[in-house]
Design a protein around this ligand. Structure first.
Ligand SMILES: *[C@@H]1O[C@H](CO)[C@@H](O)[C@H](O)[C@H]1NC(C)=O
Ligand SMILES: *[C@@H]1O[C@H](CO)[C@@H](O)[C@H](O)[C@H]1NC(C)=O
Ligand SMILES: *[C@@H]1O[C@H](CO)[C@@H](O)[C@H](O)[C@H]1NC(C)=O
Ligand SMILES: *[C@@H]1O[C@H](CO)[C@@H](O)[C@H](O)[C@H]1NC(C)=O
Length: 242
């Protein structure tokens, strides 16, 4: 009896043993990857960049306003109760990130294969706020940043606790491969307080009352409004009051 319990426990032990060196191995990659990134000449795309971009493309899902709810889900074959972690990288181009997200995105692309090699890794997604302005406004997020989702699988009676979300803004100038290592591999994201406000993508009241998208359009409209327009409107209104 005892012996059979021992035998049953052995594979689990072997697995645990194997995971320790794996984590060490991943951590070992970082120093190499970081060195390679900082020594790369920025003007010439290095093979490492090309490789990172290609790997990033394969690992991460691209979110859009129409599809994000279908993408950020739990694997249907996983048995409840379980949660699926999703790590969403929020980036932008010249409009929403003033062209300053390039270095951060490069660090993210380089980090992705290493983060994915972690035991029990999260799934990865990316949002480009230049392309998906309404999605970003409806979550009230801007680039560069990370959104860490923990999505519970609904129970048999379809009830599910609200997903836990953690928003992590990134510094445009100082984010490196090492930042992502600390946040994801070393588990620093867990120290961030979960976000529970009105803009929560799943359970905020703006989503619950279907206001997030209309409000996002209004915000987008304001961002597109030329700065002279309010002046004209104010002077027009004050004149008509006189
Ligand atoms: C990052 O990877 C994406 C593919 O997912 C690619 O489109 C993008 O150009 C890459 N960016 C950088 C800065 O390497
Ligand atoms: C962003 O702006 C830079 C500099 O003004 C320009 O070289 C680049 O082509 C722009 N990129 C896009 C996607 O418009
Ligand atoms: C990106 O990195 C290059 C090279 O390290 C640097 O010259 C540039 O100022 C950085 N850009 C930003 C926005 O931090
Ligand atoms: C971003 O990092 C730079 C350099 O480390 C620092 O000077 C700056 O204050 C940081 N910005 C924010 C918003 O934390």
């Amino acid at each position: 009896m005892r012996a059979s319990i021992l035998v049953a426990a052995l594979p689990a032990l072997a697995l645990a043993e194997e995971q320790v060196p794996l984590v060490d191995k991943i951590k070992g990659f970082w120093s190499k990857a970081t060195a390679a990134v900082s020594s790369a000449v920025p003007a010439v795309p290095s093979p490492l960049d090309a490789g990172a971009a290609k790997a990033a493309e394969q690992i991460q899902h691209e979110l859009t306003l129409d599809t994000w709810r279908d993408v950020l889900t739990v694997d249907p074959t996983a048995s409840a109760p379980t949660t699926q972690d999703w790590l969403v990288y929020i980036t932008g181009g010249n409009t929403t990130c003033y062209g300053l997200c390039g270095n951060t995105t490069k660090a993210w692309n380089t980090s992705l294969p290493l983060l994915a090699a972690r035991p029990n890794p999260p799934k990865f997604a990316v949002v480009d706020c230049d392309k998906e302005a309404i999605l970003c406004n409806s979550w009230s997020v801007g680039p560069p940043s990370l959104y860490y989702f923990q999505i519970p699988k609904p129970l048999a009676d379809q009830s599910a606790p609200a997903p836990t979300v953690r928003f992590i803004p990134l510094n445009r100038t100082s984010t490196t491969v090492d930042t992502f290592k600390k946040l994801v591999l070393d588990g620093e994201y867990e120290k961030r307080a979960p976000y529970e406000g009105a803009w929560h993508p799943f359970s905020g009241w703006l989503q619950e009352y279907h206001l997030a998208i209309p409000v996002a359009w209004v915000l987008w409209g304001f961002s597109k409004m030329p700065s002279w327009l309010p002046m004209i409107l104010i002077s027009f209104m004050s004149r008509s009051f006189m």
